[in-house]
Design a protein around this ligand. Sequence first.
Ligand code: SF4
Length: 63
Amino acid sequence: MRLVVDADVCQGYGLCHDEAPELIELDDSGFATVLGDGEVPEALVVVAEKATSMCPARALTLS
Ligand code: SF4
């Protein structure tokens, strides 16, 4: 599975990073970037699903 952040939608709440620091980093303003190529290891799929579901802006997509 692949995790993607829509930078045009992200509002910089930072909640995704709280949930999935292994997958997401924040810039100095709190906006999210997916680490690496966004490929989610099997062991982190549940974490990625939680991060995606808790984003208030619906900026994360897991597909
Ligand atoms: S929780 Fe959503 S809005 Fe907040 S930083 Fe993460 S992707 Fe952006």
